[in-house]
Design a protein around this ligand. Structure first.
Ligand code: CA
Length: 507
């Protein structure tokens, strides 16, 4: 009938797809005073004006009028609390004990010379600027049709195009974020760490700038001049395309020799995010992903959680879990950076929640954040990465990104070789360079989108599975997908455009 997450909660979520009808009796002697839709909240007690409304054992707001028990607690009845003050947080005061190691789990991956492990074998054509994107996409279509069939061990040909590269203040502090992100994506483990690069010629983000840290001299054999094709040096479109195709053929011959080998689960670098969340996300898919995150941490893998604006209102639950006070301070630093960023744009944290979130029963960002951080499981937070920084540490990592699905995905792509995406309202999201496993918060969505959702966590709400069982299913699904099993997004070829986070000025 309803789900109450924490014994302290004085509201609960309606489970039935048709909602609760007015007059229906519910557990605890509550009678619905009105029709309450699925995934929306019912008052389990009478509220006086100003009383705390508690979900996940935390105040998600205050009643702005008297609310009788059995009422539908709609967004407009709730006053949002202030965000936790960043100078009053507990640092590393409740660090969880290390979880027992989990051994014996492996997957079949592509090991690269630099030690990184790919989950796919992709010819990626990196680009320095948006101007070349349609040309590279044209070439990629031709390569796929005319060359790829001769190289059966290569999974795909991807034009790694994006919206950055010129018309920006390339030396402004914020520019380091997209440049670093695109550098790491261009050297992605699923592209064997050695890209082909197409440049225009006159753009601000020159190949040398993009790869400055990795390849101080471009002619070092790894990223030799032959790997960079400058369109302004070529005679006509035909010559550009034949040059790209010639380079692609050489690269395909190398990639085709790659073979999968047995790799420990510790070689997984998993990025987790949610999108199109509803009130079930925090009780089904996100806790299941949290259980899977614990398994990954136990197996020695890297698990990233991100989305600053969805962590901000739950930060008081996270800083105590930071492994050291320095890690806790790094978490606070990222929260402060984003508070300042939002203030500069005269936006506040209420800008995060979408009409879909609200339709799905999430009253405000506090409720959304409390459900969102369930993805982080129960282990200690081992490290924090800033925007655009590549994550190399093992364990549970907070990697700062915006919460926007396609921007967060692009930022995490700089580090991850596998992506977990939870959704309540549903989105057909996918990425070209890594597999995206989509997890639904409700069985109704998994049934409606039977050919888009990979794992149904709604079984938890209906009592057909526990959080731990779905977590283990998801963990095993990750190993299968990392070994080559296709996700639905891959089956349909769904790939969202790369959208690097650019906090710097556009000129
Ligand atoms: Ca998101």
């Amino acid at each position: 009938m309803y789900i109450r997450v924490n014994p302290r909660d004085n509201v609960a979520i309606i489970v039935h797809p048709d909602g609760a009808a007015a007059g229906v009796s519910m557990p605890g002697g509550i009678t619905a005073r009105e029709h309450i839709p699925q995934s929306h909240k019912v008052a389990l007690q009478d509220f006086e004006i100003g009383a705390q409304i508690i979900r996940y054992g935390q105040a998600i707001g205050y009643a702005n009028r008297a609310i009788p028990a059995g009422s539908w607690i709609r967004e407009d009845l709730i006053e949002m609390p202030l965000p936790p003050a960043l100078d009053q947080l507990s640092l590393s005061t409740a660090v969880p004990e290390p979880l027992p190691p989990l051994t014996g789990y492996t997957f079949q991956g592509y090991r690269n010379p630099d030690g990184s492990v790919g989950t796919r074998n992709i010819l990626g054509i990196a680009t320095t600027v948006q101007c070349v994107a349609p040309t590279v996409e044209y070439a990629a279509r031709r390569i796929k049709a005319e060359l790829l069939p001769r190289f059966p061990n290569v999974d795909d040909v991807v034009a790694v195009t994006h919206s950055y590269g010129c018309g920006v203040a390339i030396n402004a502090p914020g520019a380091a974020v997209p440049i670093s992100t695109l550098r790491h994506i261009s050297l992605h483990a699923n592209m064997a760490g050695q890209p082909m690069v197409v440049s225009l010629g006159c753009e601000k983000m020159q190949p040398k700038l993009l790869f400055s840290n990795d390849f101080p001299v471009l002619e070092d054999g790894v990223l030799s001049a032959g790997n960079v094709i400058r369109l302004q040096d070529q005679r006509g479109f035909g010559e550009m395309i034949s040059l790209i195709m010639e380079a692609a053929e050489k690269r395909l011959a190398i990639l085709d020799k790659r073979r999968r080998e047995t790799c420990p689960a510790s070689d997984l670098i998993v990025g987790m995010q949610c999108g199109g969340s509803d009130a079930f996300s925090g009780v089904t898919c996100n806790p299941a992903v949290g259980a899977a995150a614990d398994l990954l941490v136990r197996a020695g893998a890297t698990v990233m959680f991100s989305e600053v604006t969805e962590v901000r209102d739950a930060i008081h639950l996270l800083t105590p879990r930071a492994e050291t006070p320095d890690v806790a301070r790094a978490l606070i630093r990222e929260m402060q950076w984003y508070d300042d960023y939002l203030a500069m744009g005269r936006a506040d944290r209420s800008a995060n929640t979408t009409p879909g979130n609200k339709r799905g029963g999430l009253a405000n960002i506090v409720e959304k954040a409390l459900g969102s951080v369930a993805k982080a499981g129960s282990s200690a937070i081992h490290a924090v990465a800033s925007h655009g920084e590549k994550v190399t540490a093992k364990g549970l990592i907070f990697a700062a990104t915006p919460a926007s699905d396609f921007i967060c995905g692009t930022q995490q792509l700089a580090s991850m070789n596998l992506h977990i995406f939870t959704t309540g309202e549903g989105t057909p999201y996918g990425l070209a360079l890594v597999p995206v496993i989509k997890v639904s918060s409700r069985t109704a969505l998994a049934e409606k989108w039977h050919d888009l959702i990979d794992v149904d966590a709604g079984r938890i709400a209906t009592g057909h599975a526990t959080v731990e069982e779905v977590g283990m299913d998801l963990f095993k699904c990750m190993l299968d997908v990392a070994s080559g099993k296709k996700t639905w997004a891959e089956h349909w070829g769904l790939a969202n455009a790369l959208s690097p986070f650019n906090p710097g000025p556009v000129t």
